[in-house]
Design a protein around this ligand. Structure first.
Ligand code: CA
Length: 239
């Protein structure tokens, strides 16, 4: 959460070991209004993922030590980072083609040298593709308010710090409140039917969402309907 309580902009993690390229990316993303965090190695990136997950990772293919290729394999094998969009950065000399980048689990791929404008456009495109709801208006129910375009969640006046998946999940549940959704339906709508996601991933994110809402005494509205799935309800009697 931002200490100043201002609008949360999308957060981009940049993993690039060439200082000049790293700096070029950071300057251009910051200028475009993104919050940027950066590192030059995959191990630090892995630790940084454990905090507030980024909305997009820009990941260099060749890094000293653990490569970008290995890092994305680790991410895609872990339910926590499986659905974080990754754009791979590759140099022509890396001898990777688009197919191997996409097969490794990347959402997009940029070849160096690249134009900063194109790089920013690709980041925005990935965000739009993964978060089409971000173009929608705000929703308010039971004291909870979501402002999708600003990626802002509020409990009364208090800002709630939600990761991108929890935000999408809560937004879907709130805009389809009082109805029960199966795990499969939630995967389709919230995760966009990405086939490598298992149904228990939904449970993991519901748990995380509830524990965040619990800090604001709002968790009871995210309800489990035994044998069926989940719903958002402002009726707390379970009826
Ligand atoms: Ca490199």
């Amino acid at each position: 959460m931002h200490a100043n309580g201002h609008t949360m902009s999308a957060r981009i993690l940049v993993v690039e070991d060439e200082p000049a390229v790293n700096e070029l990316i950071v300057i251009n993303l910051s200028h475009a209004g993104f919050e940027v965090v950066t590192t030059d190695d995959a191990e630090t990136a892995w630790n940084m993922l454990s905090g507030t997950p980024p909305d997009v990772v820009l990941l260099d293919w060749m890094l000293p030590g653990i490569s970008g290729f290995q890092l994305i394999r680790h991410m895609r094998a872990d339910s926590r980072w499986r659905d974080v969009p990754v754009i791979m950065l590759t140099a022509r000399t890396d001898e990777v083609d688009k197919i191997s980048a996409l097969e490794a689990g990347a959402d997009d791929y940029i070849t160096k040298p690249f134009s900063p404008r194109e790089m920013v456009a690709r980041v925005k495109a990935v965000l739009r593709r993964r978060d089409p709801q971000m173009l929608e208006g705000s929703v308010e129910l039971g004291g909870l308010r979501l402002v999708p375009h600003a990626r802002k969640a509020l409990a009364g006046d208090a800002l709630i710090s939600l990761g991108p998946t929890e935000f999408r999940l809560l937004h879907f549940l709130m805009t389809h409140a009082e109805r029960v959704h199966s795990r499969g339906q939630l995967l389709d709508y919230v995760w966009g039917g990405r086939s490598h996601i298992e149904e228990r991933t939904v449970d993991v994110h519901i748990r995380r969402l509830r524990s965040i809402l619990e800090d604001h005494s709002m968790d009871a509205m995210v309800q489990t309907v035994r044998g069926m799935g989940y719903r958002f309800s402002t009726r707390l009697d379970g009826a």
